[in-house]
Design a protein around this ligand. Structure first.
Ligand SMILES: N[C@@H](CCC[C@H](N)C(=O)O)C(=O)O
Length: 287
């Protein structure tokens, strides 16, 4: 079967985008994995599949697959690529659309300057929302119930790290580090991702607070490894930083692949994520 695709990225987090609005595209996890493979396929962190909506009042549905073939709930940078894709392909002429995802509805908006802002919905902190098995663990020493001590066994010796748990529809465990460049992302990221307390795995964020309006962030993504930027990871880190009294909204997020901006008024307010979306090339491949 031939598959037509568009290759896109948002701050270096790259995607294969497929239009399934007219013909359904159902591939196995192994086939998605092969397409996303950087040597045997097109190469991407995630694959985004654009579909017709199921829920009334929505314009589209979109499905997200990590490059290990697993289907996931949410993708912040992907949401911006998605809007650019449906606009460029003439699938909508609206500036603001409602998009169904596995975990709720998001509302991306195309700004006059070409950037895209996404209403990512409200963050959730209940361990059950990630899910996270909190049995027998105390909270953060200062009483912040969003931060849990997570014992992570490192390859050399053992270490306890403190992570803030945030669900942006998908699960995040964010820790504060002194320097994002030297943070042990490659060593600790996979251990956190597959820690026994996260039965559905987790995205592991490493946040350096530069000042109250600026962080540097690296994310070891569940199912994709470290990416050059993670949109929901940026939202989760900023929310965690605000909840811990370290940041004030809006916050500039410097990722290795580019700049994002996150705003959150607290409580049940939605998190707004802004940043770029770029089309790289289009093609057709055999699957
Ligand atoms: N890159 C994404 C997140 C993609 C999903 C994530 N790896 C997960 O498994 O939850 C983003 O920009 O948010």
């Amino acid at each position: 079967m031939k598959l037509t695709f568009t290759k896109m990225h948002g701050a270096g987090n790259d995607f294969i985008v497929v239009d399934a609005t007219t013909n359904p595209v159902e591939l196995s996890a192994a086939q998605w994995q092969r397409l996303a493979d950087r040597r045997f396929g097109i190469g991407a962190d995630q694959i985004l599949v654009v579909e017709k909506p199921v829920t009334a009042g929505c314009d589209f549905k979109y499905r997200i697959f990590n490059n290990d073939g697993s289907e996931v709930e949410q993708c912040g940078n992907g949401a911006r690529a998605f809007v650019k894709f449906v606009t460029e392909k003439g699938l909508t002429s609206k500036d603001s659309i409602r998009v169904e995802t596995m975990k709720g509805i998001i509302s991306p908006r195309l700004e006059a300057d070409g950037s895209i802002t996404v209403d990512m919905g409200a963050p959730r902190f209940d361990p059950a929302d990630l899910p996270f098995d909190a049995a027998g663990l105390g909270g953060w020493p200062e009483g912040d119930d969003t931060t849990w001590p997570l014992p992570v066994k490192l390859a050399v010796g053992a270490k306890t790290v403190f992570v803030s748990l945030v669900s942006m529809g998908n699960p995040h465990a964010v820790q504060v580090v002194a320097d994002a460049d030297t943070a042990p992302v490659e060593e600790m990221g996979p251990l956190i991702e597959r820690h026994a307390r996260f039965p559905k795995r987790v995205n592991a964020g490493f946040m350096q607070v530069v000042d109250r309006g600026h962080i540097r962030l690296r994310v070891y993504e569940r199912g994709s490894g470290e990416t050059l930027a993670c949109g929901t990871g940026a939202c989760a880190a900023v929310v965690a930083g605000i909840r811990r009294g370290l940041l004030d909204s809006p916050v500039r997020v410097s990722a290795r692949g580019g700049e994002l901006s996150v705003a959150w008024a607290g409580g049940d307010a939605p998190v707004y994520l802004s940043g770029p979306a770029v089309t790289v090339f289009e093609g057709e491949t055999e699957v």
